[in-house]
Design a protein around this ligand. Structure first.
Ligand code: F0G
Length: 458
């Protein structure tokens, strides 16, 4: 019998989490106006809101924290991190930032201007936000298969090359500052991009003389999928795959809160000296001096270790297999989920799960609330609430998919927690036909409403 995967670590310290009753949770979620973002964490048993900055650091990372050099200029921790970033990504220039969107803010300040177009594969919200904030447009060139939850395509994060070339052909080069490739693609469900696609996008960009940048929040998970799904990569190490992947681009931004295995941090790494010089001005203005840019010395020290640990196969196998384990359990129970399973999260298809709840009553939100009430589990709605209103008509935008995302923090929850989540969902699924009504919005912000929106139960 093939031995199953097992975590390549053991537990040295534990953090208590609080159980509660369904009656308590019914009261708490009502008090929170049925918005899961409004719940204090002590009212949540298993928190799957995000995998961003919520993971556990290793003993080696904590040890590195103690040696953090907090010098304003020339910090040793910065120099060490710069060396590791260069070793892992191959990029020459490096600017630390306090998180991923800060890296976007700095880089885009240097590169994006009004009227520009930035093509990519389902840009993440903050990426899109920083593009649109500059009165430029994000053009989605993801392959069509990404938007069908049942198609088993191994690389649903891929770019459709024809869509991308069309943007290049129809617009002048000076309007396209760069292409951004998100690995893995969070917005299409934590789906990977193949090396073949990365290479082809890179070649196309080069032929039109347009730079290629990576949004690398989950770059190591992407490399794991390449190793396990793409021909020719089985015998390559994750570090070799990562290096090859970045060799096809001109630079990267990263939220280190994911595959940096730290609770806070981010950076920009790139090869072009001119862009680097421009970005340094904004880094100093928005983030901090070049040798800390919004991070503590100790956080940079922990990140240097985290980048190395995240690019080890054994860690990635247990990480991705744990997410897949939840997916498999749910499929066993008949729960409709996006497939193939994402690298960092399982996405439940609320259109198939609760079609009995009208779309204008926010069925994915209703499902996320039910999951909280039944199990004390916090996921997040990725559907109509998140899609916001049309800026002109002010009508709800109904996206193709209504999803509930269950993002799994790294090295944090046990297999028992995952079983608990799966059973809670099964119990809801078994009584799904009783769900007939959802929620009505009683208060919302003009933009990014999901964080503060208030609902009432219908
Ligand atoms: N890019 C991607 C692909 C992301 O998933 C995120 C964050 C960011 C950029 C921004 O990074 O949060 O450090 O500023 N994603 C989190 C999530 C918030 O829950 O998926 P940040």
């Amino acid at each position: 019998m093939k031995l199953p995967y097992a975590e390549p670590y053991k537990i040295k310290m534990v953090e208590s989490i609080k159980r509660s009753t369904q009656d308590q949770r019914k009261k708490w979620i009502k008090e929170a106006h049925y918005n899961l973002f409004n719940l204090s964490s002590d009212k949540v048993f298993i928190d799957l809101l995000t995998d961003s900055g919520t993971g556990a650091m290793s003993d080696q990372q904590w040890a590195a924290m103690m040696s953090g050099d907090e010098s304003y200029a020339g910090s040793q921790s910065f120099l060490k991190l710069k060396e590791v970033v260069n070793k892992i990504t191959g990029f020459t220039y490096f600017l630390p930032t306090h998180q991923g969107r800060a890296a976007e803010n700095v880089l885009f300040s240097a590169m994006v201007k009004e009227g520009d177009l930035v093509p990519g594969n389902s840009h993440f919200d903050t990426t899109k936000g920083h593009i649109e904030f500059r009165k430029a447009s994000a053009i989605d060139c993801t392959i069509d298969e990404a938007f069908d939850t049942a198609i088993l395509h191994p690389f649903k994060g891929n770019v459709n090359l024809e869509k991308l070339e069309k943007v290049f052909i129809e617009n002048s080069k000076d309007k396209i500052p760069f292409v951004i490739l998100t690995i893995t693609c969070n917005s299409s469900g934590g789906q990977p991009v193949s090396m073949k696609n990365i290479k082809a996008v890179s070649k196309l960009c080069k032929s039109y003389d347009i730079p290629l940048f990576f949004d690398s929040a989950r770059y190591a998970e992407n490399a794991y999928f390449i190793k396990t799904r793409e021909e020719g990569y089985q015998n390559k190490s994750i570090k070799e795959i990562v290096k090859e992947c970045f060799s096809y681009g001109d630079g990267m931004t990263i939220s280190a809160k994911k595959d940096g295995l730290v609770n806070m941090g981010g950076f920009i790494a790139l090869n072009d000296e001119e862009i680097y010089k421009k970005a340094t001005v904004f880094n100093i203005m928005f983030e901090g001096f070049l040798t800390y840019g919004g991070m503590n010395g100790r956080d940079m020290a922990a990140l240097a270790v985290g980048l190395d640990e995240a690019t080890e196969f054994d860690y990635l196998e247990s990480r991705i297999e744990q997410v897949g384990y939840l997916g498999k359990k749910l499929v066993e129970f008949g729960v409709p989920v996006l497939q193939p399973f994402g690298g960092h999260a399982i996405f439940i298809d609320a259109n198939k799960f609760v079609p009995t709840i009208p779309r204008d009553e926010y069925r994915a939100q209703a499902l996320a609330i039910e999951l909280y009430i039944i199990g004390g589990i916090r996921g997040v709605e990725i559907g109509t609430v998140l899609a916001d209103r049309d800026p002109f008509t002010r009508k709800n935008r109904y996206p193709e998919l209504e999803l509930v995302r269950l993002a799994i923090p790294r090295r944090t929850y046990s297999q028992n927690h995952i079983n608990y989540v799966a059973v809670a969902l099964k119990n809801i699924f078994d009584t799904r036909n009783e769900a007939k009504s959802g929620y009505v919005i009683v208060d919302e912000a003009p933009i990014m409403r999901h964080f503060t929106v208030k609902f009432e139960k219908i």
